[in-house]
Write a protein that binds this ligand. Structure first.
Ligand SMILES: NC(=O)c1ccc[n+]([C@@H]2O[C@H](COP(=O)([O-])OP(=O)(O)OC[C@H]3O[C@@H](n4cnc5c(N)ncnc54)[C@H](OP(=O)(O)O)[C@@H]3O)[C@@H](O)[C@H]2O)c1
Length: 511
């Protein structure tokens, strides 16, 4: 696990489970928006730079503003130069941009979809995109119904023989179980589940994918991966940022809906699921759903024993004063929305019985990062561990971001004539071991959708099971608000969360 690279036998580099991306027309609804500029087009450009895009592709940007294709390309070039993870080459941009077309229409204008059909047919003929369609709904969820119904009415959602038609849906997938079910039914009335790709960008991150490889491609971990050897697990995703102009959305959502329902429960399922019967999308997602079904429900008074919600007040981040949440623009002065949440959950199945899991996410923390920390049980209190001060436990940390990698804390003897045992770290960093930057999550996810691989996308039942769990907590929160704790921005959270962990003999990790 040291960070020195291991020589890879070229024959073994082919142990890949990847389908090839197929020629297609990608239609981005909401193409003048932030997501398209910040993430989607830079991701597509980087795929082009790596030669990973399908041999034929047309990207049609669908939005309401008046502009020409030339203007649209110029705007995208500026944002790609700003947000791309690799420098933009003039020549490559030119050839990539030639595949981009702007299509101006309102989402509810039937004529706009007729024109879209012509544009796609033209692309099929001129560029050989083969009738395949990938629709990306990069829009707020309240726009989904109108786009989906227009796609159906105009006959564009169905695939012609020998081709496919898929839809990518952005989060949030509803705001509770009822709305998620409604949204899922709506999507599935137009696109079958097998053609529905619900993006959870955490699943596109390299380290999230590496959780399965770590567990099931190494013999040393899986035999220890259970309640006999693991004392507890902490899953954390925190950031120093505040609401950053997203108050309208965030104040209605809060940390539980924004982060726990999707990203953190996804990481929990990957960490704890049973080995799937194969690497097929459904085999993996079947196992993840079983974990969600085994989560001990948190309801009523239990919520106040197992969940801490809090809000940040003014404080210091990197020595700079920052205002409290209620003073952020657009946030009501009496808002009770949680910007911090810590949960202790249990998975009631054979493997995990009795192991407490701690999940935490927050804004305005001293540092940002996401990780999964697996703490193993201590060695018996004999031999080296019989002193009053116990030895540190072994901790395996899977760093999702930043500095993706894996580290293992273990005990070692400090050199010298006396016997002093200290914790040391074995560290694997993606960047140094593989010598190249990890791709952005959207790169992988876009490619998978073009290839028909839904493994890294959330299935309908996963989303609904996660909401069923979160709804129990949200329902209890509606009954009172006196449990809302506060902490200073730039601190590691409220005392109540420290107590929650301490009840299990656990201390939250500083990242
Ligand atoms: N931004 C991110 O980094 C990010 C990250 C994760 C998830 N998301 C999710 O992605 C979705 C899109 O977010 P965003 O930040 O890109 O939103 P945004 O900046 O508000 O963009 C909305 C887009 O929708 C278009 N639009 C809205 N109403 C329209 C209508 N009636 N007819 C035609 N076009 C219309 C707008 O076009 P005009 O400007 O031409 O009107 C614009 O292109 C949201 O669900 C968000 O939660 C965003």
């Amino acid at each position: 696990m040291n960070s020195s690279p291991i020589t890879v036998n070229p024959l073994r580099e082919g142990i890949a489970n990847r389908l090839a991306p197929e020629p297609c027309t990608l239609v981005i609804f909401g193409a003048t928006g932030d997501l398209t500029h910040r993430k989607l087009i830079p991701a597509l450009y980087n795929l082009a730079a790596e030669g990973a895009l399908p041999p034929a592709i047309t990207i049609i940007g669908f939005a309401r503003r008046e502009k020409t294709t030339e203007e649209f390309r110029a705007e995208l070039e500026a944002s790609t130069r700003r947000f791309s993870r690799t420098p933009v080459s003039d020549d490559l941009w030119k050839s990539f941009a030639s595949s981009i077309v702007y299509h101006r229409s309102a989402f509810d204008d039937a004529e706009g979809y007729k024109q879209l059909a012509f544009a796609m047919e033209e692309a099929d003929q001129k560029r050989g995109t083969g009738g395949n369609r990938l629709y990306y709904l990069a829009v707020a969820p309240d726009q989904f119904p109108i786009i989906l119904s227009q796609l159906r009415e105009s006959g564009l959602s169905g695939a012609t023989s020998g081709s496919w038609s898929r839809v990518i849906v952005e989060k949030p997938f509803g705001t509770d179980l009822a709305s998620a079910k409604e949204l899922n039914s709506l999507v599935n009335e137009v696109f079958p589940e097998s053609d529905t790709y619900r993006i959870d960008h955490y699943l596109g991150k390299e380290t999230a994918q590496n959780i399965m490889v770590l567990r099931f491609a190494n013999s040393i971990f899986e035999s220890l991966w259970n309640s006999n050897h693991i004392s507890h697990v902490q899953i954390t995703a925190v950031e120093p940022l505040g609401v950053e102009g997203r108050a309208g959305y965030y104040d209605k959502s809060g940390a539980m809906r924004d982060m726990v329902q999707n990203h953190l429960l996804q990481l929990l399922t990957l960490t704890t699921m049973e080995p799937p019967t194969s690497l097929s999308a459904d085999a993996i997602r079947d196992e993840k759903v079983k974990v969600l079904r085994s989560l001990r429900p948190l309801k009523g008074e239990d919520v106040f024993r197992h969940v801490v919600r809090a809000q940040y007040k003014e404080g210091l981040i990197n020595g700079q004063p920052v205002p409290g949440y209620r003073d952020a623009e657009g946030v009501p002065k009496d808002s009770t929305t949680e910007t911090y949440v810590a949960l202790q959950v249990n998975i009631d199945n054979w493997r995990w019985a009795g192991v407490p899991f701690f999940i935490r996410t927050a804004k305005r923390m001293p540092k940002g990062g996401s990780e999964i920390a697996i703490t193993f049980k201590s060695v018996p209190r004999v031999l080296f561990n019989k002193n009053e001060e116990p030895l540190d436990e072994n901790v395996l940390v899977i760093r999702i971001q930043p500095d993706e990698g894996v580290s293992l804390r273990m005990s070692a003897k400090r050199p010298g004539s006396s016997l002093r045992i200290e914790p040391v770290k074995m560290d694997f960093h993606y960047g140094t071991s593989f010598g190249k930057a990890t791709p952005e999550a959207y790169e992988r996810l876009l490619l998978d959708a073009m290839s028909g691989d839904a493994t890294l996308f959330a299935r309908r039942d996963e989303v609904e099971e996660a909401w069923a769990f979160v709804d129990g907590i949200e329902d209890a929160w509606k009954t009172r608000s006196d449990d809302l704790a506060f902490h200073a921005a730039g601190s590691w959270g409220p005392a109540e969360a420290t107590e929650l962990a301490a009840r299990h003999g656990v201390t939250w990790r500083r990242m």
